[in-house]
Design a binder for this molecule. Structure first.
Ligand code: AN7
Length: 367
């Protein structure tokens, strides 16, 4: 009996140890935190890397395609990785308020983590271009929301100015702690696979995330022997592709409102990533994006349209992929963020206004 109890206790202890502590605690030794940093966490990170049979089959050539489903973070996007760091450091440094410009996800994450940390949050968003789920989040988490008659790029210009003049911490991806937190996604991929993928496919807006992944892979390669670095493939929407075209896009337009960004702040960093990784930046049309979005959903994975750009981009490169490649596509945000898009773009059979009679419904089912 005693022995049994002892074994049981030990098992329970192991189980507790295995509980995910949030990404700062999990990767402390790789992050600029100390015992003085108040860790503001919602247990973000540790998102699943899901093998996709249907996308792998579509690519063929014995390719294995995995999806890094970062839409399963606490506020439904990868922004939580950066925000746990940005808000923890803001609090450590005595800040009382944070500000960001956002196409939606940054504002949701900033509002949530600021509230949790007892800080005030201000968010500037482009009027009419933030998906409903994201707006709902910013509202309920308690941000002060300023919706401007202008796009994301204009909003970012304003918040950068404000944060220089007043004691408000900027939490867009120009904040270096954001990139530090986001690099942990690369660590997780390597920890899951046991190696780095041959290709990493990722959507780009401001190009903070692609820069963060690259930093993560490079840092891990210094401590893990024989770690090959991936080719970094960044994808933008055709109507909003400043990095692909190497220009500033004045009036970006795309169904993927998350990446409706015409003047990415991390432009130079992104170019370095492309060069160092021998990667490429390409555009995908809104039609390509919706097609990939539906394909993913058919396998049970619901992401937002911007995230589907990574898979749309991969599909476009089908003929360039070497045999037996391992590929990771990053799904940056949850599909529930943008319910309108799913309601407008699906192949479902939806019959409404039906009489609630067995006869009527049997007829519809075709029996
Ligand atoms: C789902 O929320 O810029 O290339 O203000 O929400 O690091 O900018 C969002 C960006 C990809 C692009 N996928 O990442 C914002 C914002 C989703 C996003 C991106 C965003 P970056």
């Amino acid at each position: 009996m005693y022995l049994l109890k002892k074994i049981k206790n030990k098992l329970q202890l192991n189980y507790k140890k295995k509980k995910w502590p949030g990404l700062i605690n999990a990767y402390k030794q790789h992050l600029p935190v100390s015992s003085k940093t108040p860790i503001i966490s919602l247990k973000e990170g540790n998102t699943p890397l899901i093998f996709s049979q249907s996308i792998s089959d579509l690519i063929g050539n014995d390719t294995k395609v995995y999806l890094k489903y970062d839409g399963l973070n606490p506020t439904g996007s990868f922004k939580d990785r950066g925000m746990t760091m940005a808000i923890s450091k803001a609090k450590e440094l005595g800040s009382k308020a944070v500000i960001c410009a956002s196409t939606g996800n940054t504002s949701a994450a900033a509002a949530a983590y600021a509230s949790r940390g007892g800080l005030k949050s201000y968010v500037l968003i482009p009027d009419g271009y933030v998906a409903q789920g994201k707006l709902a989040q910013a509202l309920i988490y308690g941000a002060e929301i300023i919706s401007i008659k202008g796009n994301f790029d204009k909003a970012l210009e304003i918040v950068r100015d404000l944060s220089e003049k007043y004691p408000i911490t900027l939490v867009n991806s120009v904040n270096p702690y954001r990139i530090q937190g986001q690099k942990t996604a690369a660590f997780e991929i390597v920890d899951d696979l046991g190696f780095a993928p041959d290709w990493l496919c990722i959507p780009m807006g401001n190009a903070g995330n692609i820069s963060a992944y690259w930093l993560g892979f490079k840092e891990y390669s210094k401590i893990k022997k024989n770690l090959n670095l991936p080719i970094m493939m960044g994808f933008q929407a055709a109507g909003s592709a400043p990095l692909v075209k190497n220009i500033i896009v004045k009036d970006p337009e795309t169904i993927a409102t998350a990446i409706r960004i015409g003047n990415p702040v991390n432009r130079d960093k992104a170019k370095v990533v492309r060069k160092e990784s021998k990667g490429d930046f390409q555009s995908v049309t809104d039609e390509d994006i919706i097609e990939a979005y539906k394909k993913l959903a058919k396998e049970g994975i619901f992401c937002e349209p911007a995230s589907a750009a990574s898979v749309a981009g991969l599909i476009k490169n089908k003929n360039r992929i070497k045999k037996r490649s391992n590929i990771v596509c990053v799904l940056t945000g949850n599909g529930l963020k943008d319910p309108d898009c799913a309601i407008k773009n699906n192949d479902a059979v939806f019959q409404n206004n039906i009489e609630p009679s067995l006869r009527e419904i049997t007829k519809i089912l075709g029996y």
